[in-house]
Design a protein around this ligand. Sequence first.
Ligand SMILES: N[C@H](CCC[C@H](N)C(=O)O)C(=O)O
Length: 321
Amino acid sequence: MTSAQPETRPTAPSPDAAVPWGELRGRGFAKGHGTGNDFVLLTDPDAQLALDADLVSLVCDRHRGIGGDGLIRAVRSEALPEGRAVLETAPDAEWFMDYRNNDGSIAEMCGNGVRVFVHYLVQRGLAEVPEGEVLRIGTRAGVKTVARTDSGYAVDMGPWSFLDGGTARSRGSDAVVTAKGLKVPRPALSIGMGNPHTVVALAEGEKLDQLELFTAPVVRPEPEDGTNVEFVVPADGDDDGVGRVRMRVHERGVGETQSCGTGACAAAAATRFWGGPTAPDQWLVQVPGGVVSVTFVPAPDGAEHVVLAGPAVLVADGTFV
Ligand SMILES: N[C@H](CCC[C@H](N)C(=O)O)C(=O)O
């Protein structure tokens, strides 16, 4: 007869089982999203938190942390060198959006994030966006101007650019992308939206939904600072003069996301460029998490700006324990 194994009683979790939040412990946070591109948001007016990559990656971990595509810290612009640079040209940009990717890397800009960030500032009583007026905020891609819309917010994302510096360009490409589900390496356009994007138009017979994006697409030549990669196909719609594309995205520092605001702008810019001079200025970009609107507008500075509009949702508040 075997001796009965001594009963092992569950013991209280040991202190080192506590989550290593460090200086985040006891602080509040919010969770929000824009068309499914989700973020953990927190306020640190004087930039006192040392947000290293490991801590950000833990916060964004969907199993051991809060979970998110990125973390957004609200900092007063005067508290960061990048913010003080913005204040030189936009002294009213009181708040700065400090955006970090899921892997803890810093990215220059986040289009969905800006909308959720402003919604968070307003909900926390830290800023206002009066009807018919705009709020200016600082980002690592300069000042962004935000206005309310009936269904969320519209952000002037500033100008877009070809990243290889090319202006008069053929329909060719400056990059070639390989991914599972693409028959052959596909030519792509490199577009800057404050952050880098590589846009691929699928060919006949290549199905957007059959792309396998668990692993990062391979871009050659390899961009020095990495890139967000968008795959686009034309989307059906009314004959209303509005362009429509459907998009999936593999984000730098994240992986596939439900949506990417700067990516939607880049996808619309590339598709409009490929469409030639008669292509529309208004676009609806369908992403797995919803639809965002992208409009190309002449701007006072003589450049052509991109306006991104879409929803912003705050889902919950919480505390790091
Ligand atoms: N989701 C963001 C883009 C984050 C871009 C980031 N992944 C990068 O490294 O540039 C957006 O809505 O624009």
